[in-house]
Design a protein around this ligand. Structure first.
Ligand SMILES: *[C@@H]1O[C@H](CO)[C@@H](O)[C@H](O)[C@H]1NC(C)=O
Length: 372
């Protein structure tokens, strides 16, 4: 009797181990062709997570996912498309990244060359293009007639919206060139400007893969923000901001208003919450809580996975945040969508304010109202 009990327990233990949903592929938005490609690499071909992330994100660069990844989209003020990308190996903690990459389409493959062929982590601008050409990539224009249309329409709207402040002529009314206002009044106000970054300009593919050997990799690829000031780089190529992966804890990818996300090291923060014992869903909500405290009106979304393939996501200001998933318990790619926390919204699931302290406060307020 005792013996058979132990055998059953042993069997349950074995079943549990094989129930890890590995390999698993997750990425931001409903960019499912990228998910399927990464799944083919990680599952059918049984190759590494880093290969799966590179080849999955490349699909988006070629398909120009929502015109927010790859060539011909999100032109800067001059009408040029530049690319930001990063790839990170959670087994070795190696990272390669490119920022403001010009005239090369294969951003994530160039990013990988940075850590494979150099001892650097991040290359930027024209010199990154030179590096890419040296590594055998073809130099070609990333600008399309779509870019030209977008920027011509923008100029006809007096360059609205744009990302300038504290300059003259007033950036709310006029195009540049601008000059700085000499004495800017110090403002301690929490920045309340709404994000321009919405569903139509949501910019980034962020991908997480855990392979059959239990190694995790993360990657991003984007062409950044439409109407950005030339030279602007977002969170995507910054390790710990746009993505992070560490075999000893898990991985995270972020998307949204990259100028804000990078101020919080959002992906690193999410992975550290995992390391401290929080579940992926809690960790994701805590990252959005952190951003929300300072920038409640700016769009942000995060996707987090632990090393067992459990995942969670949270977001704000975007209306909703779809993620694409493929793992060993699914027969096809799946898209799961959560709705995002809005201004004045504290519903659970989008980053809840209803912790124990606040419940006490609400209780006290109700009591007080009754007494009155
Ligand atoms: C995804 O791949 C299929 C099959 O190759 C193709 O028909 C479809 O257009 C692709 N989707 C996008 C959004 O490019």
């Amino acid at each position: 009797m005792k013996l058979s009990n132990s055998i059953i327990i042993l069997m349950i233990a074995v079943v549990n181990i094989s129930c890890k949903r590995l390999p698993i592929v997750l990425n931001t938005w409903s960019f499912t062709n990228a998910t399927i490609k990464a799944w083919d690499v990680a599952y059918r071909e049984q190759r590494s997570a880093i290969d799966a992330v590179e080849e999955g994100c490349t699909v988006c660069e070629v398909e120009q996912c929502d015109t927010d990844v790859g060539y011909g989209g999100s032109p800067d003020e001059h009408g040029e498309t530049t690319l930001d990308s990063m790839i990170m190996d959670g087994k070795t903690m190696k990272v390669g990244a490119v920022a403001g990459l010009r005239n090369i389409k294969e951003a994530i493959s160039v990013a990988r060359r940075v850590f494979e062929q150099t001892k650097h982590t991040l290359l930027a601008g024209d010199a990154a293009t030179e590096f890419a050409v040296q590594m055998g990539f073809k130099k070609q224009s990333l600008s399309t007639s779509f870019n030209e249309e977008v920027i011509n329409e923008w100029k006809n709207r007096n360059c609205q919206p744009n990302y300038w402040q504290n300059v003259l002529p007033s950036p709310e009314e006029s195009c540049g060139p601008y000059k700085k206002i000499e004495s800017v009044q110090e403002s301690n106000e929490i920045e309340n400007g709404m994000s321009f970054v919405n569903e139509q300009s949501h910019d980034t593919i962020g991908m997480l893969v855990i392979d059959i050997n239990g190694n995790i990799a993360a990657g991003t690829s984007t062409n950044g923000l439409t109407y950005k000031i030339p030279g602007r780089v977002g969170d995507s190529p910054i390790p710990g901001s746009g993505a992070y992966a560490d075999n000893s804890a898990g991985g995270a990818v972020a998307t949204g208003d990259g100028d804000i996300i990078m101020r919080f090291g959002a992906s690193f923060l999410g992975v550290e919450f995992l390391r401290n014992g929080y579940r992926p869903q809690q960790a994701a909500e805590m990252v959005i809580d952190r951003i929300n405290k300072y920038y409640p009106a700016r769009s942000a979304a995060i996707l987090i996975v632990d090393m067992e393939g459990n995942y969670g996501s949270a977001c704000q200001i975007f209306r909703s945040f779809p993620i694409s998933i493929y793992h060993s318990e699914l027969n096809e790619v799946k898209v799961e969508t959560i709705s995002c926390r809005q201004l004045e919204d504290d519903t659970p699931g989008s980053g809840s304010f209803l912790d124990a302290n606040n419940i006490l406060l609400v209780g006290a307020a109700i009591l007080y109202a009754k007494i009155l």
